[in-house]
Design a protein around this ligand. Sequence first.
Ligand code: PEP
Ligand code: MG
Length: 846
Amino acid sequence: MQNSENHITLITPTAPMAVATHGGRAKCLQRLVRMELPVPLTVALSFRAVKEIAAGRMPDLSELTSVFDGGALLCVRPSSEDPDWGGPEAVLNIGMNDATYVELSDRVGQEAAAQLYLRFVKYFSVHVARLDPDAFDEITAKGSEGLRAALAAYEEETDEPFPQSREKQLAEVLRSMARAWEGTSARLLRQAKGAPADAGLGLIVQQMVLGIGAGECGSGVIQFVNSDTGQPQITGRYLSQSQGREALLQREALYLECDARGPSLQEHAPQAFDELLDFGARMRRRLREEMEIEFTIENGHAHIIDGLRVKRSNRAALRIAVDLAESGVIDRAEAVMRIQPRALSELLHRQVDPTAKRDRIGRGVAASPGAATGRIVFDSAEAQASAARFEACILVRRETQPEDIRGMHAAAGVLTERGGMTSHAAVIGRGLGLPCVVGVEDLRFNLRKKTLVTKDGRLFKAGDVITVDGTTGDVLAGEPAMLEAALDDSLQTLMEWADEFRDIEIRANADTPADAQTARNFKAQGIGLARTEHMFFEADRLTAMREMIFADTAEDRRAALDRILPMQRADFIDLFRIMQGLPVCIRLFDPPLHEFLPSDRGGLLNLAEALDLPVSDVTRRAEQLEEYNPMLGLRGVRLGVTVPEIYEMQARAIFEATIEASREGEPVVPEIMIPLVSAKREVELVKTRVDAVAAAVRTETGRDFTYRLGVMAETPRACLRAGDIASHAAFMSFGTNDLTQMTYGLSRDDAGRFMSAYVTEGVYPEDPFHTLDLDGVGELLQLAAERARETRPEITLSICGEHGGNPESIAFCRSAGLDYVSCSPFRVPGARLAAAQFALMDNRTS
Ligand code: PEP
Ligand code: MG
């Protein structure tokens, strides 16, 4: 059967049918039919047919129903393009009427038949005829007595007997399902899941295999992998004398495989169980996917009612893709294409084992993914002490402040009473890959008494063990079982495959040895940006830094910086050693100097004491350094030109560290990056001085080394003059944070206040600080890349702003011919995967 425009189609191996016209369920059933699996007779209604029905134009159903056995019961299920978009609930047992009731009573017994009929009458009355649900909820009697009451209630409410014609029942069901799809709430719900406004609904009408009757009859659901982990595991349930998915709801349902917990289908009906295993294996191979099968057993034999892609966590999705490729069902490229780069973030951190018992004592905002267990500490000093004893701790604060940074480094996880996704703890936690839950409302934080009290009065003191789950926002008592992150072999495997296809390098932005180690673990191909300024904020250097700021002569400045030099050298030796064999790009000092001076009176007084100067001197100097617009003021290379001693000290520290780190392994070739350049002459001046320092270090040590000097292109002028500037630069890295700020004239620190209004109003399609603005900033970048390459074809080009880890931006960087992108360490795996996917997509279309 096939109506003229293929809108009502019997599913046969060759019937014209596509996901885009009939939905995923119809297409999947056709595939199963092609495999000659025992699928009951099914007719598919296209999106167009369903739309017509919703508009009140019912097709001729006599032709449709003529393909089914005369007295057979039917069911209707939705078939949308993407199963995640939802759809109306399946309706079973259409065709139930007084005659089939009598006939079924003979076959399956009167009570069972009455139960089927009753359920259908209730469902039809409430969901299809839209009668008052109370009238039917009141009917508590089961079996034939309940049935009599329900039929009477229907008649009472409608003044008509319950429809007896299968065709009429079907027409009503189709109409109500078609209209439900058109309803506003259904539309909003699916649009929230990514469905387009005009998403269509198909319907399938299927002859029912009853699941009730003589011999072994029943229904169930089976899948062959665990939905949380993706590990092979037969899961599901089976219930004798049941229909649909009832087995999943009933306690007396059987396990599928032999199970110590209770009786199983394997023991009860081994032949049907073996059939299911066989169907499952064939479906996996042919559909190239892990499938969940809804099945019915009739007289000992299994029938497939429905096949659905197994629901899965991100972790499971990854394992399934890798397992399918390893068993030759799909190829590696396809496995790489199947995983969303953004989904990796959840996998890169330790997680609470989904099967572990969770003793939840509080819940807050899941601010930084991953889970950590440790003893409660209430301040940063305790956290550091705990770390010194190699004891994991959870830092509990009202809210973290900048001075908590050391405590955060020392802690395994952070828990704060206040805050949201962008609060200090959240931002720093994500940067460090530190699990973090903030804004916990249902725990009372008593920081003076050093206790946490749950709603039901449980008390947790300093030293007690808790777990923060930054993936879900849960706070748990004790130490649940964990799943390790990087140890997941399927993640490593997929990453290795991704690297086979990838054609752009991925580096990491890393400032500390811990960052560098993470970058190395995630197989970053070097450090693309080591910001050096935070190194000057360490307590032991801050004083020397301030002395340098207050010095009147170059000599005095040098003397102050000489005290920082060995510490800075040690910083670089650490980075070089960890990244041995890979490039490390160190950015010279960038921020304005006034950031190193206290701003309040108390701080100025302390500083005056420390420097042995009158407060008035200190205050005056601080005032002199103040700028109206420091981000556009004396910072970056401008400091390098006007206070050259800082860059000279840094260059020396880099070269001495290079020599030191090269003693033990491969020679290190450092990259030195000059920030905020806007003119060629700036580069010339800095280059001359850096070269002079290199020459001096070579002479002093008698050791040779090489290095590369490059620029950060983060002002529009640097992009426009890239041809000029490139003549002195071995590499050019686009600092798209500042470049976006300056291209738009939009403060990166203040734009958050009105960004959402701008995006909502459609002024910007996205926040340009998150997603690279391809039209404006992107054009500058492209133009700079072209001009730079014209002058110096071998120049290395890259991006190191926040955008480096964003998949859309990576696509752009590839197309602009950049050599690498650099992003924060925890984004490296996602970037590796995204880059591989873009390369694969290009290969497919070329
Ligand atoms: C940039 O501006 O893009 C950049 C990477 O540097 P920072 O964020 O340190 O200014
Ligand atoms: Mg910058």
